[in-house]
Ligand binder design. Structure first.
Ligand code: C2E
Ligand code: MG
Ligand code: MG
Ligand code: MG
Length: 289
């Protein structure tokens, strides 16, 4: 015990540790400036129906256009933004911008079925005015609530309190859909599912990754899909990269998919050139890769 304490206190004066702290402080002050200067952008990745190949909508993914470092990905700053609380402001910007952009596309592509998926952090879910903010954003942007899908991880859902559960049910009543992100990596208990108004499970990329080479992964995915369907929940497969993966998922009746096979996340201005009308009477669009 004493020994480990000694080690720990020694570490404080360790050079890498010192640098870590410095880096962290730099990142925090950079983030503060980024919020003020609006250095964030959204990338959009298509979500596709695996049975028709029709475009269902997009997931909005944040990017940081750093003045010195260039494009910074969320893995590098979301957790720090969470810890400092800056995530709350950032997240409302994401929601507003994503809803605004989707409405523009709905008008442009004459398709009011297109949906937008937005990642919601734990901090944001614990905000007492979350639902009010969402209601206001939907009003401001003219977007129909049923076109907004909120992605929450298992951990976010489970670690939050009773008031969170109520909040989630209110959102459902408003018409907003709740999707469980990275399913299979977190709490990994299925028993909580029926307590929450969940529309879709997004199976984590790590299972889809090797679904075609690892029969255990295929078994897990198959089991999740069957269970979800029994509960009246749909399934999206994340991170589809190969045709083999796609075909296997189609065989397993997985309803939706997302991944580099269809498209990487792209900036808004690139979305239009990727879409080509697929002349259904219902004006749905096929994703062209
Ligand atoms: P996520 O919500 O699970 O998003 C999917 C991530 O997988 C994205 O990474 C996406 O680019 C990547 N991806 C999609 N298809 C493939 C594929 O076929 N292969 C591979 N290798 N990767 C694929 P990204 O954009 O770096 O985002 C990472 C995470 O950061 C997201 O994971 C999400 O948890 C978080 N995040 C992104 N945007 C936001 C945001 O606006 N707010 C919050 N709170 N978190 C966000
Ligand atoms: Mg997500
Ligand atoms: Mg995910
Ligand atoms: Mg993920």
């Amino acid at each position: 015990r004493a020994k480990s304490l000694g080690k720990a206190s020694y570490k404080v004066f360790d050079t890498p540790m010192f640098m870590e702290t410095n880096k962290l402080l730099q990142l925090e002050s950079d983030l503060e400036r980024a919020v003020e200067n609006q250095e964030f952008r959204l990338a959009y990745q298509p979500i596709v129906s695996l049975s028709t190949n029709n475009l269902i909508g997009f997931e909005a993914l944040i990017r940081w256009q750093h003045p010195r470092r260039g494009l910074v990905f969320p893995g590098e700053f979301i957790s720090v933004a969470e810890e400092t609380g800056m995530i709350v402001d950032i997240s409302y910007w994401v929601l507003r911008e994503a809803c605004r952009q989707l409405y523009v596309w709905q008008q442009k592509f004459l398709n009011d079925q297109l949906a937008i998926s937005v990642n919601i952090s734990s901090k944001q879910l614990s905000q007492s005015n979350l639902n009010q903010e969402i209601r206001q954003i939907l009003e401001e942007t003219n977007l129909d609530a049923r076109n907004l899908k909120l992605e929450l991880t298992e951990t976010t859902i489970v670690e939050n309190s009773q008031s969170t559960i109520e909040k989630l049910w209110q959102l459902k009543e408003m018409g907003v859909q709740l999707h469980v992100d990275d399913f299979g990596t977190g709490y990994s208990s299925l028993s909580y599912l029926h307590h929450f108004p969940i529309s879709v499970l997004k199976i984590d990329r790590s299972f889809i990754n090797r679904i075609d080479t690892n029969s255990k992964n295929a078994e897990i995915v198959s089991t999740i899909i069957t269970l979800a369907h029994n509960l009246g929940i749909d399934v999206t497969a994340e991170g589809i990269e190969t045709l083999e993966q796609l075909e296997l998922l189609q065989k397993l009746q997985c309803k939706y998919g997302q991944g580099y096979l269809f498209s990487k996340p792209v900036k808004a201005s690139a979305v239009k050139s990727k879409l080509r009308p697929f002349l259904h009477e219902d004006r749905s669009y096929r994703w062209v890769h």
